[in-house]
Design a protein around this ligand. Structure first.
Ligand code: ADP
Ligand code: MG
Length: 351
């Protein structure tokens, strides 16, 4: 529905690789002291002095991870950076640099890539990270994006998936399921548009969910909040595939079980409304929806008073011994074993 049919655009061949890189990165100016040398040489130089360096990479493929028929390129650029930074926040680290590598087919124009970089640059500005390099190549089909985030943390603040202890509390930031309900709305509008290209959907009552799907924010604010509250979680992960799947990751790495209370799952009212309209179960959307990019972590009970009633944080359960498994406790008190029904990249390929 947002596809550009304008043919008066600049083909990539008009610029060539080197001019294209210059064109896309001309406005990039390092903002971090740790960026000693950015774009323009054979390698970037980063100095994190005495802190540990943390690195995380993501690969995103058109048709598998994103659909350009409803994802504007600017949003794709922004979201790709968010997904990447979210992994470093999930280690309780601060991202400072990213690299961006792209493979593009000649159906993309210079203007289309400018849009992509507008999103990337905006994300860098908002999150105070420097774009310090990448690679550019052609592809025979579609768009591929690979991002690497580089960041740092002192050894004592780094949080892994593996530190959860029995009796710790399970905490999640923000709310769950909206990225999924947003995707359902967008998929429906795409189907409507195929039948009637002149349809002008009114999406205002779905705006929160659509924004959560198209323009998620990584939880830098939560990492800063934890520092202010003087809390170091015992384990942490970001929610990319869905709450259930991430709880199972914490469980496996920490060798513990979890009790999660259905009634405690934080939901935006819009998620309830969309689930009603689409005849979905809200708990399923919260547990298996994915792409929320919220932080899920465990804290010691002694820290409970510091987060109690905080509007951005919800205690949704606690850590149990390993042999009790990972259980959802329903409103009626029934126990249901959690299973990973998150998005599975290899299953996706069969569709
Ligand atoms: P090399 O041949 O050494 O790989 P390139 O011409 O690919 O050099 O890259 C030149 C500079 O531009 C390097 O600093 C590289 O990191 C940066 N760069 C290349 N492609 C991109 C891109 N898509 N986004 C940001 N920086 C890029
Ligand atoms: Mg190169």
């Amino acid at each position: 529905m947002f596809e550009d049919k304008n043919t008066s655009k600049t083909p990539l061949v008009n610029l060539g690789e080197f001019k294209l890189i210059d064109h896309l990165t001309q406005s990039v100016k390092p903002q971090n002291k740790s960026t000693v040398l950015g774009i323009g040489d054979d390698a970037a130089i980063i100095d994190h002095s005495n802190n540990k360096t943390l690195i995380s990479t993501d690969l995103l493929l058109e048709g598998i991870h994103f659909d350009l028929s409803y994802m504007p390129l600017k949003h794709l650029g922004y979201k790709a950076v968010m997904v990447n930074l979210s992994d470093l926040y999930a280690m309780n680290a601060k991202p400072t640099q990213i690299t961006v590598s792209i493979a593009v087919s000649n159906r993309f124009t210079v203007e289309a890539l400018e849009e992509l970089y507008t999103g990337i640059n905006l994300a860098c500005k908002n999150y105070k990270v420097d774009l310090v390099g990448g690679d550019t190549t052609s592809s025979t089909s579609g768009l591929m994006l690979s991002l690497t985030a580089i960041g740092n943390a002192t050894q004592d603040r780094i949080v892994k998936r593996s530190g959860a202890q029995e009796h710790d509390l399970l905490v999640v930031s923000g709310d769950l399921g909206a990225a999924y309900t947003g995707l359902q709305v967008l998929e429906r509008e795409k189907a409507v548009f195929k039948v009637n290209p002149n349809s002008q959907p009114d999406l205002t009552s779905y705006s929160y969910s659509i924004e959560r799907q198209l323009k998620p924010e990584a939880r830098k604010d939560i990492i800063e909040l934890l520092e202010e509250l003087d809390i170091i979680p015992s384990s942490m992960i970001d929610i990319s595939d869905g709450l259930s799947s991430e709880i199972l990751h914490l469980s496996k790495s920490s060798e513990v079980g979890f009790h999660v209370f259905e009634e405690k799952l934080p939901l935006d009212p819009e998620v309830n409304l969309i689930c009603e309209e689409f005849k979905f179960n809200t708990t399923t959307a919260a547990l298996n929806g994915g792409e929320d990019y919220e932080l899920l972590f465990t804290i010691a009970q002694k820290d409970f008073d510091k987060i109690k009633n905080h509007p951005l944080l919800s205690v949704i359960g606690h850590v149990t011994e390993k042999n009790m498994g990972c259980q959802l406790i329903t409103g009626l008190g029934h126990q249901i074993e959690l299973t990973a029904q998150g998005w599975q990249s290899f299953e996706g390929e069969k569709n």
